[in-house]
Ligand binder design. Structure first.
Ligand code: SF4
Length: 446
């Protein structure tokens, strides 16, 4: 474990929301909060907790380095209206595992240092739903999870058999997962789990055992394990040759779908919920029909690629009424991963039924990662540059924002949208979801 004991830095403000208490008080971007009622916040969790008081005595450092004392009186539940440059004001808690399937290790060499940084931080899990392994927490962090009731957390389980999880995470501390789940259960705290299936290692009877063990924690009014996502291992051409990993084949995908579907039937009978869901990729690799909308219930694992294609198709059918009969002539290139090419054909057809609108789908695989079948979220700037350079792209590219890291303007390979637009000499319109896709197609740009 590499737990940083670095000092807490003042929380640097990047945005002051208009008409907020903070703007009334006179906060400006560049100011930094040192302490609230005498306590230095470690992270956004502390900040939100400390700001729940009605009277706040704040120590604030302005951009010139001058300290100010600010007193604020407010209702206990009123937000101050501040945004910060980072959620953590001390250091990230780093990963202490060596999973052979780690995507960070499967990147090309020579990129910006931060691309190789592996975090495994329960605070990011609580705040943003990122997955963690629970292998690196000292007692004081467990206490904090309990005291602040940081729930739900998102836990990469992969396997519940101790020796197998130790093998997968290459960490002797990884074998305590069932005891840890017990700990959550005793405190009525919840987790969502994920299992990355590596063929020949944690599939077959091991996968069945893992899902049954996790299901044993899905009981009562606050089920400890709220849901499970079963995800296929993703491999790139940069993985080390000695990693013992085997790519998921169509045959393997069909086998895993059959195993999980049989368990889902049992879970639905027992819990009234599917409980464990298969990521969309399994169906794409298998060439099988995606589950129906109702099977995903309230999409508890949507951020893990579980049901996102079905949800997109469903949302499009609801939003299609926004499509006009005709628009002024325009032409766009809609870039997607080739894995969803077939599934999105009905959407493409409907867009092109608008008179004057011509949308060409460009379904790409990733040369960058060396994958012949690629989901949209893994396409990089370099992939787009290679495949689209010199092509007639019409009035611009409709770019699913899922390709951009944390929804900002960078691709996974660190290229920015602006750089790519300049190199392709074409406007790029990032689209977040169905409504933005439709609006980008019909909006007048005169
Ligand atoms: S826990 Fe996550 S970040 Fe750490 S090695 Fe495993 S996959 Fe990589």
């Amino acid at each position: 474990m590499i737990m940083s004991e670095l000092a807490i830095r003042p929380a640097r403000i990047t945005k002051v929301l208009p008409d907020s208490i903070a703007s009334e008080v006179g906060f400006t971007p560049g100011d930094a909060i040192v302490a609230i009622n005498g306590t230095r916040p470690r992270d956004l969790i502390d900040y939100q907790f400390l700001c729940a008081d009605e009277v706040l005595e704040m120590e604030v450092l302005d951009a010139k380095g001058i300290t100010h004392q600010v007193e604020i009186e407010k209702d206990y539940d009123t937000d101050l209206g501040l945004e910060f440059e980072t959620a953590l004001f001390d250091a990230l808690i780093q990963c202490n595992n060596h999973c052979p399937f780690c995507f960070i290790d499967q990147q090309p060499p020579g990129k910006r240092e931060s691309l190789y940084f592996k975090d495994d931080d329960y605070r990011l899990s609580f705040l943003y739903g990122s997955y963690l392994t629970l292998t690196n927490l000292p007692p004081r962090e467990w206490q904090r999870i309990e005291q602040m009731r940081l729930s739900p957390l998102y836990v990469s389980v992969h396997a519940t058999e101790p020796e197998l999880r130790i093998r997968l995470l290459k960490n002797p501390r990884a074998g305590q997962i069932l005891t840890q789940l017990q700990w959550f259960q005793e405190r009525r705290l919840q987790i969502h789990a994920q299992v990355v299936v590596c063929p020949g290692i944690n599939d077959g009877v091991h996968l069945e055992q893992t899902l049954r063990d996790l299901a044993s924690f899905h009981k009562g009014d606050v089920p400890t394990v709220a849901s499970v996502a079963v995800v296929p291992v993703g491999l790139t051409k940069f993985r080390p040759p000695t990693d013992e990993l085997i790519p998921v084949t169509q045959e393997k995908a069909l086998e895993v779908i059959a195993t999980v579907r049989s368990l889902q039937t049992q879970f639905r009978e027992k819990f009234g919920s599917t409980f464990a869901w298969l990521a969309d990729e399994w169906f794409l690799i298998a060439g099988a029909e995606l589950p129906t909308t109702s099977e995903y219930e309230d999409y508890p694992q949507i951020d893990n690629g579980v049901g996102s294609i079905r949800q997109f198709i469903q949302e499009f059918s609801q939003a299609a009424e926004l499509l006009p009969v005709s628009v002024k002539p325009r032409k766009f290139t809609w870039v997607v991963g080739n894995a969803v090419e077939l599934a999105f054909q009905p959407i493409l057809k409907q867009l092109n039924s608008v008179e004057g609108l011509e949308v060409s789908m460009c379904a790409l695989s990733s040369t960058y990662w060396g994958q012949s079948i690629t989901v949209t979220g893994l396409l990089t700037g370099e992939d787009l540059l290679q495949k689209l350079h010199g092509k007639n792209l019409g009035d611009g590219i409709l770019l699913p924002a899922v390709m951009l890291k944390n929804d900002d303007s960078r691709f996974l390979d660190d290229m920015t949208v602006e750089e790519l637009a300049g190199l392709l000499k074409t406007p790029i319109f990032p689209v977040r979801g169905v409504v933005e896709l439709i609006e980008s197609c019909i909006k007048s740009r005169d």
